[in-house]
Write a protein that binds this ligand. Structure first.
Ligand code: PEP
Length: 255
């Protein structure tokens, strides 16, 4: 039984003061939320992790914490980077790796994504590994080969048992921040294909436990239909996650 996950990727938005207010609104709205039904994660910028961690702990919000990125080394002379152990020390549960904005804008490679996913596990963090096709790849009918290549590259080196807890986010790049979404049928179709790739990597039992999220312009108004596919285990939400009412609406749609 896979517990759905709704994870908010705040991207490079919100000062720590604004973040404080946002998490208080979300936490308050979800005061009676049962995390066994739907797990809810927030992934603020690094500068707000400590603030949000403190608020989650102090006010017992039904939220878990995630980071948006990490560096694939435990420590050292990597100016400006953040090590996974630092995230673990802040009580992060999740770390997003291989987001398309990092791949496309910052040149993050499949090898780097694989190294980050492996080290995240070694550190006790759960990687949310992103994959997805561009609009031209989609038009060329290459969606499956693109996401399969990304999955094999990112996860191929991991032992099966360890991979059981990984989270995958299928995020068509053309749908991110554009207001366009995959149809619920296309989301289900690609996500079930990703599950078949995971099955070939890790076997059916492990693949059947792995949560695969959809991401790309999810909002409170379209969440219920996008999440209805049997293989769609939740959402990675960008823009709408920085609006408390929208984000809570998405969580409620997943219940
Ligand atoms: C994302 O950044 O992961 C994302 C899905 O963004 P948006 O919801 O804004 O499309």
């Amino acid at each position: 039984m896979r517990t759905p996950l709704i994870a908010g990727n705040w991207k490079m938005n919100k000062t720590h003061l604004e973040a404080m207010r946002l998490v208080q609104e979300i936490g308050h709205e979800l005061a009676d939320h049962d995390p066994r039904k739907v797990e809810v994660a927030v992934c603020p910028p690094f500068t707000s992790l400590r603030t949000i961690q403190t608020l989650i702990d102090a006010d017992r919000y039904e939220l878990v914490l995630g980071a948006q990125n990490m560096y694939a080394a435990t420590e050292g002379a990597y100016t400006g980077e953040v090590a996974p152990g630092m995230l673990k020390a802040l009580n992060c549960t999740y770390v997003i790796v291989g987001h398309s904005e990092r791949r496309e804008l910052l040149g993050e490679t499949d090898d780097e994504v694989a190294a980050k996913a492996a080290l995240a596990f070694d550190t006790g963090l759960i990687p949310i590994v992103c994959c997805g096709e561009t609009s031209s790849e989609r038009a060329a009918g290459d969606t499956r080969s693109k996401v399969e290549g990304q999955m094999r590259a990112a996860l191929g080196g991991l032992p099966g048992e360890r991979s059981r807890s990984v989270v995958i986010a299928y995020e068509p790049i053309w749908a991110i921040g554009t207001g366009e979404t995959a149809t619920p049928e296309d989301a289900q179709d690609t996500i079930s294909y990703i599950r078949s790739v995971l099955e070939s990597l890790f076997g059916g039992a492990v693949a059947g436990d792995i949560r695969i999220l959809y991401g790309g312009s999810v909002k409170s108004g379209n969440a219920a239909s996008l999440l209805k596919g049997p293989d769609v285990d939740g959402a990675l939400v960008g823009g709408a996650s920085t609006d408390a009412a929208e984000f809570v609406g998405i969580v409620k749609a997943a219940l």
